[in-house]
Write a protein that binds this ligand. Structure first.
Ligand SMILES: NC(=O)C1=CN([C@@H]2O[C@H](COP(=O)(O)OP(=O)(O)OC[C@H]3O[C@@H](n4cnc5c(N)ncnc54)[C@H](O)[C@@H]3O)[C@@H](O)[C@H]2O)C=CC1
Ligand SMILES: CCCCCC(=O)/C=C/C=C\C/C=C\C/C=C\CCCC(=O)O
Length: 256
């Protein structure tokens, strides 16, 4: 897919999946704004990706998604640098139920802040040109991860947020397509520590959660995300897990 001339703002873009998404966007001709709390990793990613794809195509904005003002500044800086923002990817996260208030503030409130800002900066009803907002969910958005109930709650909420904001009722006003992409386990957890769980019972449950899971390479998932970007309908939910191709999944709720 050709994304030449598009500008994408990616939170948590300094490392992991976020960085892989940035690289895939650059390969397709987009400019990227890496928005991340980690300045060292962010500057490093900016440097390396700038060398590979052109310095003028990559920007790093130090940004803590738990701080609305910093996050808004990142949008302003990106706009000032590239003149437009077409794609916003809410990807920043932590998975640590021990620090559950921070986890909710990053994973859920951060995504809400990013959604409100994307609608404000991109929305046709606000003078923007429309565009796309991608909220990164997890396999834990659709299948409870019993070792981390609070992480699970944040990732379930991503679906409700994306479905409601991505409804065609809103899309007809804003021109902003909203998608949720649920990602299965990645192969980046090697340096992870077990200090993420609220008890030894929860830590033990991680083994159950991981049963049958095939860890995925970040570039496989990043490529999958790019492949669904343009074709997907607003409000749709996609799953990329166990190394398979992306598939659209239904949003099931009990009939009310
Ligand atoms: N790692 C995995 O196995 C899975 C990850 N996911 C989802 O994929 C996405 C990316 O995950 P990973 O690449 O594994 O994450 P990661 O932990 O490798 O990277 C997260 C990035 O977010 C940044 N970040 C953390 N707090 C921030 C804040 N307050 N403000 C701005 N940036 C902040 C970090 O500095 C880091 O660069 C997340 O939304 C995650 O929930 C979903 C399923 C599995
Ligand atoms: C079944 C859904 C899988 C989705 C997982 C997810 O959304 C996010 C995962 C994020 C990080 C996983 C990385 C490492 C695992 C962390 C700790 C394992 C340590 C276990 C131990 O030491 O016993």
């Amino acid at each position: 897919m050709d994304l030449k001339g598009n500008v994408a703002l990616v939170t948590g873009g300094a490392t992991g999946l976020g960085r892989a998404i940035c690289e895939e966007l650059l390969k397709r001709g987009a400019c990227i704004s890496i928005c991340d709390l980690d300045s060292d990793a962010g500057e490093n990613a900016c440097d390396e990706l700038g060398k590979a794809f052109g310095k003028e195509k990559v920007l790093f904005c130090h940004c803590d998604v738990t701080d609305y003002v910093q996050y808004e500044d990142a949008f302003q800086t990106t706009l000032a640098e590239f003149d437009n923002i077409d794609i916003v990817i809410n990807n920043a996260e932590i998975m640590n139920d021990k620090f559950w208030e921070l986890e909710v503030d990053v994973n859920l409130n951060g995504a809400i802040r990013g959604t409100l800002l994307a609608l404000q900066f991109l929305g046709k009803d606000k003078g923007g040109k429309g565009g796309m907002l991608i909220n990164i969910g997890s396999a834990a958005s659709v299948k409870p991860q019993i070792s981390t109930p609070i992480y699970t709650a944040t990732k379930h909420a991503i679906l409700g947020l994306s479905k409601a904001c991505g409804d065609s009722y809103h899309f007809n006003h804003t021109g902003v397509k909203v998608l949720a992409i649920c990602v299965g386990h990645l192969d980046t957890g090697a340096s992870s520590h077990s200090n993420r769980f609220t008890s030894s019972v929860h830590e033990k449950a991680w083994q159950l959660d991981m049963k049958g899971i095939i860890p995925q390479k970040t570039d496989h998932v990043a490529k999958g995300i790019i492949s669904v970007l343009k074709e997907a309908n607003t409000g749709s939910i996609w799953l990329i897990s166990n190394g398979k191709a992306p598939k659209e999944i239904p949003y099931s709720v009990a009939t009310v």
